[in-house]
Design a protein around this ligand. Structure first.
Ligand code: CUA
Length: 363
């Protein structure tokens, strides 16, 4: 897709909820800096001329440093700049806090960075590369990870960016306010084609977005993909509903606080899920044995996101996600799981079945 180059612009387009506040702070900082730069420059020149050495005049008498006038002046030029810079601090911090706290009602979209492209996965199943379709006026939350090095997802028109790290999930959110097409950049040097790691955000009207989503990929939602992976990998054999199995209950567990065997606790979030799948021995839930094998190398990054989406869909204890019709016996789960799901999701299907057999033996 090509865009007509715009005539010179001082600012990128203002297309998200953050754009006006970020621009406001930026303008304030420029005005404050410009005012003091000009003031100091003017005073240097003015005093240099006013107090220049004149022929016939001796060295002037020193000013009384302890005069009341001098004191007031000193306090003024300390307190006023302090106040002005504290405004910058408070304003900047409030923007930072709001950018780092995605609202609960946000649509979740997954982003995977990879040298040198952006892979986007929508919960409903649609996927895209270097393109991101979002609806106007809705809160959108990106959950991002990288397959290789550090990247950074930057949309100047939204005034938002965040690092995208391998082995971790970072988030970024925005509410597009204007239908249009905007640049995506990678803002972290990631190798020779870093400058080519670009794309477009397409902000669509609600109807167009629904139409676009409906085209879909025909592969089913992420949670459905995760469910078949969950069954293929044999997770369902131990993680049964209610936690009566050898492994902790996953139903309604996402988002809760989990007590660990070492007496500490951890929040059941995306990163904890990922860690527990790849490094099961890292954090053991209180009351359970160290029997889970690692699934490192058996699950792609996209497969991991699907598993996370599935575990999320198992019901939120706070009732945010409507409960699904869940089977309580592992045998039922096996029957309902679409076993005919594409095996390409896992890199080594043969090893997968071995692992699930091993899981059963390790009691
Ligand atoms: Cu990815 Cu720079």
């Amino acid at each position: 897709m090509t865009m007509e180059p715009k005539s010179f612009q001082l600012f990128p387009e203002s297309a998200s909820n953050f754009a006006p506040t970020v621009d406001g702070l930026y303008t304030y900082m420029v005005v404050v800096s410009a005012f003091f730069s000009l003031l100091v420059a003017f005073l240097i020149i003015f005093f240099a001329i006013k107090y220049r050495a004149r022929p016939g005049q001796g060295v002037p008498k020193p000013v009384d440093e302890h005069s009341i006038g001098g004191m007031i002046l000193e306090i003024a030029w300390s307190v006023i700049p302090l106040g002005l810079s504290l405004v910058m601090f408070a304003w900047g911090a409030s923007i930072m806090f709001s950018e780092s706290r995605p609202p609960k009602d946000a649509i979740n979209i997954y982003v995977t960075g990879k040298r040198w492209m952006w892979k986007i996965q929508h919960m409903e199943g649609a996927r895209e590369i270097n393109e991101l379709h979002v609806p106007v006026g809705r809160n959108v939350r990106l959950t991002m990870t990288s397959e290789d090095v550090i990247h950074d997802f930057f949309v100047p028109a939204f005034r938002t960016k965040a690092d995208v790290l391998p082995g971790r999930y970072t988030t970024e959110w925005f509410r597009p306010t204007q239908v249009g097409t905007y640049h995506i950049f990678c803002a972290e040097y990631c190798g020779t084609k870093h400058s080519g790691m670009i794309g477009w955000v397409h902000v669509l009207s609600a109807e167009d977005y629904d139409k676009w989503l409906a085209q879909g990929s025909g592969e089913g939602s992420m949670a459905e993909g995760g469910e078949s992976l969950f069954n293929q990998l044999g997770c369902a054999n131990c993680h049964v509903k209610g936690g009566h199995g050898r492994a902790p209950n996953l139903y309604g567990a996402f988002g809760t606080k989990v007590d660990l065997s070492d007496g500490t606790s951890v929040r059941f979030d995306e990163s904890y899920t990922r860690e527990s799948i790849l490094y099961p021995q890292a954090k053991i839930v209180a009351g359970y044995d160290k029997i889970m094998p690692t699934f490192k190398g058996l699950i792609s990054d996209e497969g991991m996101l699907k598993l996370i989406e599935y575990i999320k869909s198992l019901g939120d204890p706070n009732g945010v996600v409507p409960g699904r019709n869940l089977p309580s016996e592992p045998s039922d789960i096996q029957k309902t799981g679409p076993m005919a799901a594409p095996m390409s999701e896992t890199k080594a299907p043969a090893t997968v079945s071995k692992t699930s057999a091993a899981t059963g033996k390790q009691q």
